[in-house]
Design a protein around this ligand. Sequence first.
Ligand code: NAP
Length: 499
Amino acid sequence: MNTQARKKGVSSVGERGSRDLRFAIIGSGMAGILSAVKLEEEGLTDFTVYEKADRVGGTWRENTYPGLSCDVPSHLYCYSFARNPDWSHFFSPGYEIQAYFERVVDEYKLAPHIRFGDEVVSCSFDDGRWKISTRSGHRDEVDVVIAATGVLHHPKYPDIEGLECFEGALFHSARWDHDVLLEGARVGIIGTGSTSVQIVSAIVDRVQQLSLFQRTAQWIMPATNPEYDASEKRSFRENPQLIADLRAATSQLYDMFSSAVVDAGSAQIKGIEEACKANLVNSVVDPALRERLRPDYRAACKRLIVSTDFYEAIQKPNAELVTEPIEAVETKGVRTTDGVLRELDVLVLATGFAVDAFVRPMSVEGRNGVKLDDVWADRPEAYLSISVPDFPNFFMLNGPNGPVGNFSLVEVAELQVGYIMSLVDRLRSGECREIAPTEAALREFESARVQAAKKTVWASGCRSWYLDDRGVPAVWPWPFERFRVEMSTPDWTAYEFCG
Ligand code: NAP
């Protein structure tokens, strides 16, 4: 909901006076920058953005691996209010996305609000306000916390025997060591997710030998990645409607995808499966390799991989797909269960992220000393992915149970910020000092969510990071349009207001 529309609502600012509010935004990635822009736009200028690193950018700052790009079209993966006519490609590389976010921070003059190099270690709710402590010992007291701490943030290291013994260079894909020379090196990559596929394509021609250790095969959706030439960029700049049209068209495509994945029986998901199968058959020449690359589960059960050139890369003479399970890592390389040792100079762990951490390891203590860690002891849950009972005025962006996958998380966060601003209006107008969802609202949301999640393609029988400890998809299980509707205006009966 836009500002205008929200202000027409029953709880509009100014009806009952106006309270000054102080905010803490935690994280200066895509969602933190967005929150800062939107607070400024609302005239809510009393805020600090806490950033543990020395630069903004979140995932785009931390991931610098070769081949990094976003497989959501660039004109969709940017803010609606800061469109960019200069994207180089339909799917632009990571460094361009990082530069884009840095540019937005400059254009909106946000730097003075950002406290760099200081990690928030705890937030506790006391006497109606959030007390913030940082690693450096800095203290703050705020009315509202916006946690923009990211989803795919904490690298997951595999539990493989001997990993610490390896004498070559070893690093996680999100901690790429650019001092390590790849030219002429024997490189091993563990994992075959979206990250690994991008790395394989980017480095295969640089290295002497590439060994890709695959535990589970992946379906690959074919794609093309056209470059925008100077005249197209000029047209985008001179005629912003072209960008609007492109956004509308790609958004429609992604909406169709979002409806397909949440209905495992849909014709659309079968169409996606057919496209992936045809891609495998048409792209991989050697029938034995083709079968080793063929997944034994349905397409899009795991996050669907989009690639223009992975199959081409893995068929190069210096590339090898290793499907024997890994037995151990040794000083010289990786030994598989068939006894073969592949000697390596570099070992890359493209093994994903701990996806259920969300705001943790930060300690969050709500009303009456209730700890978020205890509330989330089984698994993280949040009403509409944004808030948790007993944690008033604590709002998450891209929190648990939200739409993730092959969508633009930028649109998700923009919708969430609009919703949060509606909640903030009630605090600002002085109608209440504390706002949190009721336990009943969370339970009702969660039970409907779990029911719907069972019908999605993510529950059709594969291992993936979408699944929670019970094997239930932990993400938004309805079409994206439903998320837009839910975010357009809060159901006030789901909240309790205090003070
Ligand atoms: P991921 O999808 O979680 O993949 C991790 C890979 O590591 C899987 O192939 C997994 O195998 C393997 N693995 C984990 N532990 C292992 C072990 N002990 N032994 C052998 N293999 C092991 O991680 P990711 O590729 O970094 O991607 C994470 C998410 O980041 C993506 O799903 C996507 O949302 C996002 N991403 C997006 C883009 C983009 O372009 N938008 C690009 C990169 C990443 P199993 O499959 O058998 O578990």
